[in-house]
Design a protein around this ligand. Sequence first.
Ligand SMILES: Nc1nc2c(ncn2[C@@H]2O[C@H](COP(=O)(O)OP(=O)(O)O)[C@@H](O)[C@H]2O)c(=O)[nH]1
Ligand SMILES: [Mg+2]
Length: 442
Amino acid sequence: MNDIICAQITPIGSSAIAVIRISGAGTIELMSRFFAPSHKLLAAPANSVILGTLHDAEGIPLDEVLLTIFRAPKSYTGDDTIELSCHGNPALSNRILSLLLTSARMAKPGEFTLRAYLNGKLDLSQAEAVNDLISASTSRAEMAALMQMKGYLSKHLQNILDNIQDARLRCELAIDFADQDLPQIDLSDLNQRISSILATANKLYEEGNQGVKLREGVRICLAGAPNAGKSSLFNAFLKQNRAIVTPHPGTTRDYLEESFSLSGYPIVLFDTAGLRNSNDEIEKEGISRAYTLFEQADLILFLYEDEFQHLPQELQNYTEKIILVAAKSDLYPKRQIPQDHVAISVLSYPGIAALADAILNRLHLPSQILKQPLITNARHLAALSRCIKSLKAAQTALQQEAGFEFIAFELITASSALEEILGVVPTEDLLNKIFSNFCIGK
Ligand SMILES: Nc1nc2c(ncn2[C@@H]2O[C@H](COP(=O)(O)OP(=O)(O)O)[C@@H](O)[C@H]2O)c(=O)[nH]1
Ligand SMILES: [Mg+2]
């Protein structure tokens, strides 16, 4: 399985330097056939860098290169690995890759990280965090991915797993004791233990609900009557003239979607068609699309001009995710607004800072990313939810004195759900799904 794989790990195109990674058993011997002085490479200690000439099979020089040598198991993949830095000419790096491909094969997307995982250098949640770190769009998302990659979440999960295991052993002991007519184990102690595990798991889940938004982005929709100032606010958040703004009501018909960072949190913002009764087919379709977006939104900013009247009927069900925004405040200096509304103006005072604060407050986004383990991945959250379900079933079984076999069974199910996050016994399908999202070279 650890045949030699290679790939360029820097972007394709002209650059000062391009880096090609080669990994697998026999990597160093393979490279020594194309590198002079080859004896220096063969004798190179782990984690060293050597300078030399790369030449083809006939000995014709291709480039002057730097090789960084990692020897198994102390490498990213856990196998012998070389990172070859050549000059960043795409034709040249292609020639080098072609040469290597006579004895190695091209790495598949994420294959280096897959090997790191299979070689036990990372667990699955850490491996997933590598990709999250590469694709993170904001500083908070980066921070969360980095902490997960460093094993912060894994350690916390391992702790929960140990506690579940401990409770399960107690159940199994109770089963043995019953067989041997020995005294029963302390039931209230066991109940206490399961409650405490549940509390920890529930906390992780609650925070994970918000944590996932760090990875996937918080969906915020702008809503309101035509001309309320939605597109102007959309542009103000994005700091660019993305949406068309005119004094004519009904300018925005289809919706617009853009991402931006709000204090380091990733936001996906939607500008929608103004809500009104319309006979225009296009406008009606736009309004119906807006309602679909409101349903999926984490937050709806409902803008109104002048005085707030009432929410449209269709928005009445979403009051808990609506922030009421008194727009164009510069035009209404004497306007009195309720305390829970936020006044904005995109042209002058008070700007949109208060609205940004209101959004962050309302979302309860995780701010202590560096201090607490956080779930940011929907796959992990789903597994944790199954774990919690089984823990609750174990607790019910205990309280109803259903028998220790039942409790032990639920605890084993709870453990397996957590182990899915760490990838203890992964399925081929899951690995394919995860690693095919990686780029080639990672
Ligand atoms: N004075 C003032 N005018 C605004 C403000 N926001 C939007 N407008 C104007 O209101 C009109 C409608 O704005 P627009 O963003 O297209 O509204 P939408 O229909 O809700 O998307 C345009 O003429 C904007 O220039 C504001 O904060 N202050
Ligand atoms: Mg508009």
